[in-house]
Write a new protein. Structure first.
Length: 464
């Protein structure tokens, strides 16, 4: 207001930022071998938490394809915005931090998460030098969901700035929005959760893919090959069909619950999971079994999607589903109780994913299927001519689910997790030498910190 005293700038704030990631994001097969441990999910779970990722023979960090860079960037941006007072992060299973002192509407909470998501997308795209799908950043922010990407044009002006340049606050706020205005990103994030009895299994194939280079090669192929548009369109349609089949399976579980048949759901899953998948079609055709029909739709949609992925691999020259992975996935799909198996994310050699069902009555249930698939992966010996002799190790991962109706995404983990992070960070503080790869990481993180700080300052100014 006219005549009012100017608002003094906030005092300087010294921050010490430590980044450490869950062991599931990186390949620790070499660590297991060094400790004389078998290549199992149980062995990985027994390792000290937040181990430093090891570099492979080529000097690159071996990843498992779970979106480590997007998760770290999202976590860093969230921590900065929360610390600088621009947003209030959710607590596990409860309301956002400080909600008791400053109650907020659900709409405001959603706006703050949307703003965080938009800013994390900008930072991640800047760090990778391209606009990717954005799914991994969205998953890190909101948790399990079905996603449709935003238009790259929305944030292109920000990516056109000189390297290391802080974006003008007005330009940045126009893209990321604020607590009072929605961001410009027009994406879709529809919450999704697998029904009870359907679980995720993943394995590290210890042959990581370089996602940015693979995605850039796919984009170049789409721009240069006249036949790419039609093939990509069929792939997108088939992907939508697989998504729809999974939603129908989840909706069918909802009907079981509504009809008072919740206890019969796992029994029916176990009966069908114990059959050879080809028998599901017979069950669906002769007995009119809705569950058999739904499972058959998911399985067939996933197989047809993989066929299109292999066609894209051949046409583009990018190994989205390499032949070695095809053999591993086919062998996994032959196990009783396996609903579908594919290469996740951008594809390549880094990991495989499977959805599994109970294949025996309780109490064995899902454990019977998990043990069968784990045994296959642990003893996998690929005889293909192009095999790279990569070991396969099950990862101790599970589907992210909200607790007691709480938020299913980025959040404050609490005092125990903070203490764990401090212990993991202690050995890092004495290091001064940086290799070229870590120098790049530090520079990239410095840019993220700068952009997040500009956003936080601009948001605080707007609040005043």
């Amino acid at each position: 207001p006219a005549g009012s005293e100017p608002v003094p700038p906030p005092p300087p704030l010294a921050l010490e930022v430590t980044l450490a990631a869950d062991n599931g994001f990186y390949s620790h097969i070499a660590e297991l071998r060094a400790r004389g441990l078998p290549l199992t999910a149980e062995s990985l779970a027994s390792l000290p938490p937040l181990l430093r990722p090891a570099a492979g023979d080529n000097g690159d960090v071996a990843k498992t394809g779970l979106g480590s860079s997007a998760t770290l960037v999202t976590s860093l941006v969230a921590a900065l915005l929360h610390t600088l007072g621009a947003i209030s992060l959710p607590e596990p299973g409860g309301p956002p931090a400080a909600a008791a002192a400053q109650p907020k509407s659900q709409e405001r909470e959603e706006r703050e998460l949307a703003m965080l998501h938009a800013l994390a997308q900008v930072c991640h795209c800047a760090a990778q030098g391209k606009v990717g799908s954005g799914f991994d950043v969205c998953a890190a922010t909101f948790g399990s969901h079905r996603y449709c990407r935003f238009s790259p044009a929305t944030i292109q002006p920000l990516l056109g700035l000189a390297e290391g340049a802080a974006p003008p606050p007005a330009l940045l706020l126009g893209a990321i929005g604020s607590a009072g205005r929605a961001p410009a990103l027009e994406h879709e994030a529809e919450p999704f959760q697998l029904p009870p009895g359907v679980e995720v299994m993943m394995a590290d194939v210890c042959c990581g893919a370089h996602t940015p280079s693979m995605v850039k090669s796919i984009q170049r192929w789409r721009g240069e090959d006249g036949a790419a548009k039609g093939l990509w369109s069929r792939y997108a349609s088939q992907s939508a069909r697989l998504q729809a089949s999974l939603r129908r399976l989840a909706a069918l579980h909802g009907r079981y619950v509504a009809d008072g048949r919740a206890a019969q759901w796992l029994e029916a899953l176990a009966r069908l999971g114990g059959m050879a998948p080809k028998e599901w079609f017979v069950e669906a055709s002769l007995d009119g079994c809705e569950l058999a029909t739904a499972l058959n739709e998911v399985r067939n949609a996933s197989l047809e999607l993989r066929t299109l992925v292999r066609s894209i691999s051949t046409a583009s020259g990018v190994p989205v589903e390499p032949a070695a992975q095809t053999r591993l996935l086919d062998a996994t799909m032959q196990q009783r109780g396996v609903l579908m198996a594919l290469v996740p994310g951008a594809g390549g050699h880094d990991a495989v994913l499977a959805l599994v069902l109970p294949s025996a009555p309780p109490p064995a249930g899902l454990l019977a299927t998990r043990q069968r698939v784990s045994s296959l992966w642990r003893g996998w010996d690929d005889k293909g001519a192009d095999a790279a002799a990569a070991p396969v190790c099950e990862l101790p991962v599970k589907e992210s689910k909200s607790v007691s109706g709480g938020h299913n995404g980025v959040r404050i983990e609490g005092a125990a997790a903070a203490a764990l992070l401090r212990r993991a960070a202690a050995p890092l503080r004495g290091e001064t030498a940086l290799s070229g790869g870590r120098q790049t990481l530090v520079v990239g993180l410095a840019a993220v910190v700068a952009v997040a700080a500009v956003a936080a300052a601009a948001l605080q100014l707007r609040k005043r």
